[in-house]
Ligand binder design. Structure first.
Ligand SMILES: C[S@@+](CC[C@H](N)C(=O)[O-])C[C@H]1O[C@@H](n2cnc3c(N)ncnc32)[C@H](O)[C@@H]1O
Length: 283
């Protein structure tokens, strides 16, 4: 028997996302400390342990917009996707979905909350590709400039300036809102307004929409990003950068240390690359 609360729950989520998403696409509003605290509270702490129930309430429709965005990205890039970042990974839903489409890529799943990364790691245990989990703020990603082929962000903070910084020339960003389809064109226009990408596409899909933004390729054949190292940890550190000064990091016991003396703790296997957690080792 169908659950009588599903329809009202979906309606409420559509209303909520339709109200929240357009202002978040305006950098001046998204960057406000209040906005960021509110969003990480709502989408992390308040719903955190119940987020899987929200996904279930969509009865299989939650991933439809992202699935179309991923299929389109594959059409454009072919096999040229080797590093994928999932920002605000939550339960790891998008990482799982994208790993099916790009099974040979390396994934980095970021979330601002450790509890969500734990859920993502549990849910993605059986993914055969390399997935790294890193606690980080999507506004200050611990990644080098132009180090990612594909960046995914679904129902989370759309930090397009930061996404454009880490996306390589010829790379792509897919932003999805899974329940506010009717604002697809507004969202597309707001992303175009940033002028960070060469081409922006937007499509309404079922209850939601995706925006696919492509960065100009300066070379004819954009070079593949190389991930160096024999161990998983070495491969991860070859990708990460200090979020404060963007210098390289190395592992030292339970910390990641950057060239300019910032140290970040590793908790339960997750590097905590939040600016506020950086320990400065210079006097
Ligand atoms: C609504 S959930 C969506 C999770 C996942 N993307 C999905 O579609 O199922 C939003 C996630 O974004 C995370 N988040 C919110 N603000 C963030 C920020 N500034 N940086 C990184 N993650 C953030 C929350 O902790 C939460 O896990």
């Amino acid at each position: 028997m169908s659950n009588p609360f599903i329809r009202p729950a979906l309606f409420l989520s559509q209303m909520l996302f339709s109200i929240i998403t357009p202002p978040l696409l305006m950098p001046r509003i998204a960057k406000l400390r209040f906005t960021r605290l509110f969003i990480s509270f709502c989408f992390g702490r308040a719903y955190g342990n119940r987020y899987q129930n929200i996904i279930d309430s969509f009865q299989g429709r939650y991933g439809l917009a992202m699935a179309e965005g991923l299929a389109r990205a594959k059409e454009i890039a072919g096999d040229g996707i080797s590093v994928v970042a999932d920002c605000g990974t939550g339960t790891g839903f998008v990482t799982r979905q994208a790993a099916e489409q790009f099974p040979h890529a390396t994934f980095i799943a970021f979330d601002i909350l450790e509890g969500m990364l734990t859920q993502a790691r549990n849910n993605c245990k059986d993914i055969p590709t390399d997935v790294f989990y890193v606690q980080a703020d999507a506004f200050a990603l611990p990644l080098a400039d132009q180090s990612v082929d594909l960046l995914l962000a679904q129902n989370t903070m759309p930090c397009f300036a930061e996404f454009a910084r880490v996306c390589r020339p010829g790379g792509m960003v897919i932003y999805v809102d899974s329940s506010a389809g009717w604002i697809a064109n507004i969202a597309k226009r707001l992303v175009e307004k940033h002028r960070l990408f060469e081409r922006v596409m937007g499509e309404r899909v079922d209850l939601g929409f995706y925006v696919l933004a492509c960065k100009t390729s300066i070379e004819k054949e954009p070079s593949k990003i190389s991930i160096k190292g024999k161990t998983k940890q070495q491969r991860l550190t070859s990708l990460l950068r200090c979020p404060l000064d963007k210098s390289k990091v190395i592992v030292e016991q339970d910390y990641l240390c950057c060239e300019h003396h910032h140290r970040y703790p590793i908790h339960d296997g997750f590097p905590v690359m939040l600016e506020r957690n950086a320990i400065s080792t210079t006097k």
